[in-house]
Design a binder for this molecule. Structure first.
Ligand code: BES
Ligand code: ZN
Ligand code: ZN
Length: 496
């Protein structure tokens, strides 16, 4: 979808679908709706009066142009109650529009910037949210079918219109940033939606190298066996696919010694290993690399948006499979840090690969760590698909991430890291065990395990087991991968 910004009034713009908006409960039309209304001889005002246009968030009323508009049809999209309007409402309204355009096969959409008039939102931020909602909302995974679904139709042009020339520059800036960010999130979604035979550790590593090359970033691809990454290798042992650890480094502030490490869990398929998972829904475990996909998505746009930070993305990659070579419950692995780990449950594999990746990130000079992982089923029980769990040793960073998450529609909720949880991860025969036998408080005990490898480095762990994928489309999220938390982390890098 190509995105343009034009200085033109709504009645004059040519497109297959012109979009104006209306707030729930408002008797008066907004400025753009008013001028369109005039060209349609009072049709919109009449429909508002009769309650057919009620302004509910995301609700769309289509009107064919039988008047003096240059556009083929008009869509009035509801923005919800004005006092509740925020940037996420703009994203939702935009997503509803692109999906309506798909339904009616409109090739071009011309839209006013929602929320920037009577809504009082900053026009640059509103333009960014509008484009994010459109690009995220129109996304569908292409898939592999020979017979393509009609649902894959998309408008090829989105034009943001504004009649006041002084606002155009801000709209352009917001729209461009929104496009870059949403496209990165869609890239992450594509990786997560791909099945494990198409997205192997080797394939993911190759793709990472390709992305690093395009972005002119330093790229490292390692054989974990040669590096002494025994925790990562203990997971890989049961699989015929060789494991890999890749790192991509962006230097946006070369004078600074600060380096943020983004570490993403990259299990391209989690069968559970010898502690085999039940077969029902096991296919969903192709998405156990959503943390890795988010990290790669984020790294892919840093050269475009140029935050003044140094960032290293570290991605451990492997399958978790059962076989005659696989790690067995009770086995002991020696991690890169030297700490030994008793593997109680081979299905608690994410923390094993993260342990070595975190140690590696520290060796590469990380001064702050954020790890992103589909780590525990317990996090889904606690928070559902509404919020990611966030746990760590740095309340300031956690507070910033929670605030940013709330603003960009990627909620996070803090769970505790009490010493009791660390106690629960102590082994009788090794430094640590990878799972407590009770299974209690698994998001916190999982984080407690990781904290041993993090040490004193400021750190936040994001458990995205519940938020990485959806079984039902909602707002600007489509069924399948969500791309969480690409936007939140980018906003954090740009704003803190
Ligand atoms: N990949 C799973 C967690 C998961 C479950 C993600 C469902 C998405 C949906 C992880 O590797 C796992 O199996 N965790 C175990 C840990 C336990 C054995 C301590 C779990 O949560 O059951
Ligand atoms: Zn597992
Ligand atoms: Zn897993």
């Amino acid at each position: 979808m190509k995105i343009d910004v034009k200085c033109i009034s709504d009645v004059h713009v040519r497109s297959e679908l012109l979009v104006v908006n209306h707030y729930e409960g408002d008797k008066q039309l907004g400025e753009a709706a008013k001028s369109a209304d005039k060209a349609l001889s009072g049709m919109i005002a009449k429909m508002v009066k009769e309650g057919e246009i009620d302004g509910k968030l995301g609700k769309i009323t289509l009107i064919h142009n039988t008047g003096r508009l240059k556009a083929k049809r008009l869509a009035v999209v509801g923005l919800g109650k004005r006092e509740k309007l925020d940037l996420d409402a703009v994203r939702c309204a935009a997503a509803a529009v692109v999906n309506k355009a798909r339904e009616i096969k409109a090739r071009s959409i011309a839209t006013v910037v929602h929320g920037a008039g009577k809504g009082g939102l900053d026009i640059e931020l509103a333009s960014k949210a509008l484009v994010e909602g459109s690009v995220l909302g129109v996304y569908r995974f292409a898939g592999y079918a020979k017979e393509k679904e009609p649902a894959l139709f998309q408008a090829d042009r989105l034009i943001l219109i504004e009649s006041d020339r002084r606002k155009i520059k801000s709209i352009r800036a917001g729209a461009e940033l929104g496009r870059i960010i949403a496209e990165a999130e869609n890239r992450a979604r594509d990786l997560v939606n791909a099945p494990s035979n198409k997205m192997t550790p080797t394939g993911f590593a190759k793709l990472s190298g390709h992305i690093a090359k395009i972005s002119k970033l330093k790229f490292t691809s390692l054989d974990p066996k040669k590096e002494g990454m025994g925790a990562l290798c203990s997971v890989a042992k049961g699989s015929d696919e060789p494991p890999r650890l890749v790192a991509i480094e962006y230097r946006g502030n070369p004078k600074s010694k600060e380096k943020i490490a983004l570490v993403g869990k990259g299990i391209t398929f989690d069968s559970g290993g010898i502690s085999l998972k039940p077969s029902k829904n096991m296919e969903e475990m192709k998405t156990d690399m959503a943390g890795a996909a988010a990290v790669l998505g984020i790294m892919s746009l840093l050269s475009d948006i140029k935050p003044k930070k140094n960032v290293i993305g570290v991605i451990p990659l492997t399958e978790n499979m059962p076989s005659g070579h696989a790690t067995k419950p009770g086995d002991v692995a020696t991690s890169l840090s030297g700490y030994t780990i008793e593997v109680i449950n081979t299905d608690a594999e994410g923390r094993l690969i993260l342990a070595d990746a975190i140690t590696y990130a520290k060796k590469r000079g990380a001064t702050k760590i954020i790890d992103i992982a589909t780590l525990t089923g317990g996090c889904i029980i606690a928070l559902g698909d509404t919020a990611s769990g966030i746990i760590g040793n740095d309340d300031e960073m956690i507070g910033q991430l929670i605030k940013i998450g709330n603003e960009c529609g990627q909620k996070m909720w803090q769970l505790p890291l009490y010493d009791e949880y660390k106690e629960m991860m102590k082994s009788k025969i090794a430094d640590l065990k990878n799972s407590s036998e009770t299974g209690k408080a698994s998001p916190s005990t999982g984080a407690a395990f990781l904290s041993k490898f993090v040490g004193d480095t400021p750190w936040a762990h994001l458990d995205i087991a519940g938020t990485a994928c959806l079984t039902k489309s909602s707002k600007y999220l489509v069924e399948g991968a969500t791309g969480v938390p690409v936007r939140a982390i980018i906003e954090w890098l740009l704003n803190y």
